[in-house]
Design a protein around this ligand. Structure first.
Ligand SMILES: [Zn+2]
Length: 139
């Protein structure tokens, strides 16, 4: 349930309370109890909806933070032989390139890792690449 559904459920609860106020004198004790139980059940639904919405909101905040970090890192990259790479201050490529698939599809920068032979493997999406430029991390 999202925020819109939670708001709709609250509106339902408010509607029930308004109905009760309008007809409270005509209700017997059992009817009043039934209506109160209905309100409590609706409010419990609202509570669950808000907890779920809060969790969704936290996940979205974490995703925004991850993307911000990725954008900040992307500003430090250069293009080299078709790959995005980190660079030393003089513009020389540094270390392993980033996975082109993860960069394009997911918007994240994941360093490739050495795989068997001359191939490289993305530890995130498991894509493999050949003829990958490799440079020193430090010098
Ligand atoms: Zn990847």
């Amino acid at each position: 349930m999202d925020f819109a559904a939670a708001v709709s459920t609250v509106a339902t609860a408010v509607g029930i309370v308004k109905d009760l106020r309008g007809i409270e004198q005509g209700l017997d004790k059992a009817e009043m109890k039934a209506r109160l139980a209905e309100i409590l059940s609706t409010l419990a639904d609202v509570k669950m909806a808000l907890i779920e919405a809060q969790e969704e909101s936290r996940e979205k905040e974490a995703e925004i933070e991850r993307l911000r970090g990725s954008f900040a890192l992307k500003e430090k990259t250069i293009r080299f032989n078709g790959f995005s790479m980190l660079a030393f201050e003089d513009g020389t490529p540094r270390g392993m390139p980033f996975c082109p698939r993860c960069e394009t599809v997911d918007g994240v920068l994941i360093h490739l890792a050495d795989a068997r032979g001359s191939d490289c493997l993305c530890p995130q999406c498991k894509a493999t690449y050949s003829r990958v430029p490799r440079y020193l991390w430090e010098r």
